[in-house]
Design a binder for this molecule. Sequence first.
Ligand code: TEU
Ligand code: CA
Length: 558
Amino acid sequence: MKQSNWWKNAVVYQIYPRSFQDSNNDGIGDLQGIKDRIPYLKKLGVDVIWLNPIYDSPDQDNGYDISDYRNIASKYGSLKDFKQLLNTLHEQNMKLVMDLVVNHTSDQHDWFKASRKSRSNKYSDYYIWRDPVNGHEPNNWGSSFGGSAWTYVPERKQYYLHLFAEGQPDLNWENPQVRQSVYEIMRYWLDMGIDGYRMDVINFISKPEGLPDYPCVPGAKYSNSQAAVADGPRLNEFLQEMNREVLSKYDIMTVGEMPNVTPEDAINYTGLDRKELNMVFQFEHVSLGANPDPRFGQWNDEPINLVELKQVLSKWQNKLNGKAWNSLYWNNHDRPRAVSHFANDDPKYRINAAKMLGTTLHMMQGTPYIYEGEEIGMTNAHLTSIDQYEDIESLNIYHDLVEKEAITDSQTMLKYLASISRDNARTPMQWDDSNNAGFTEGTPWYRLNDNYPTINVKQALSDKESVFYHYQKLVELRHQYEIIRLGSYNLLDPQDEEVFAYERIYNNQKLLVISNFTDSKLQREYNEELKGHLLISNYKDDLGMTLRPYESKVYLLD
Ligand code: TEU
Ligand code: CA
């Protein structure tokens, strides 16, 4: 099948289904709810919808533990609802991308239920089983959600590997039958007409030979298994096989979620001349601000250093230019809200700050991803007590660091969680100022952000100056201007700690993007004749090189 690479011109909108729109008042967002909101998505102008997992799942990790890959979880609707959603999106010229979670399954999947029973059945070798070593776990790897990455099963007298929760056993990709089973699942949805896959932790599927110990940070009991398995020896081979057997037969987009990936790796797995994947989600810019004490990993509440942020994003822009294709994102279902994390959600600045971030990212080369609610400037939830949290990662890390290991106190950990917990992104979508923000008339599965009476879609649509219309324009500009899609990139003043400025060059055109990341008024000189060339801005007038708080503007010079 000829690859048209349509995704290079596209803007993706990510939907976290359980928090988007409930249609039957059971408190859980569903497919019918998404369908009802297509006109809203159309108005925003996005081209592609990516859905977080909607398959059958016991929900230990909100759908990232799949027990049946071919069925829609009944809380979201039926297969018929899914086909209707897909058709309606296609009628509206939109595409649909699904989440593919095949590094691991749920422990409730039939494959695992069989596998755990004995060492000699059809599925015995579908997972990664190892004998105890001196009565202990086979190696020192830790689970990303706390504790060891190994769980013992008496029936087999063996441990199985789970990089994530106990209920998320890792598939054994060394087994060719596992790979064929995965390809069959992929074809099943692709033949139904979906337009691509976002692949969960896909750079973890090939484990290092012999599963050796990985160095621990001082004081830690377990090592970082993500670092131990990322980028494994057979990853290229597996992705090439997947491409040959499945992906190349369809004109689709693929984006591989790849923690720990470098630009060199990205070129290796997604290079334009390679037959593997189309894009990666890299983690460097969202890993900035990690705790200086390695025992805490990402858990911290430091503001992001702008010089570092510019350095990281610019590196990705420059290194991939002409060789691979960037995915552009500030946040997703695993991250705090963009405006809270990278800028300022104080009501005084929130709107300009959210627009500023949008402009800074959307003027770059790559495919932008908008996470539900980002387009109206939704903020972190500002939670203050541990029982307001829901997410397995947040609850476990609190339990481990405050109670089990007792290396910090509850107040400190609550500050860290408020700053970066995934639950910040998972509060329901804020549609209007009615009860439960118009998300549901039932009891919502998870609490609303208290600020929904002021921050909501209804308000945004009625206000021409809202974040929504700014995002709408950003999407429009990308569709309109080749320079935004294809221009090369050049960072200006890398050491400037307050302003993120860069230019894009394409043929005889130049785009100048200037963003004030502070709440202060600044003065800068860019030595250009800019008057009359403003393409988009978040203030009504243009004061030239005087930059007001969170002011962001783009000039097109030709
Ligand atoms: O996330 C990958 C991952 O590595 C996460 O542990 C991430 O680093 C963490 O959430 C940051 O706080 C993917 C999914 O996006 C995530 O929702 C799943 O929990 C995880 O895989 C397991 O499937
Ligand atoms: Ca529902």
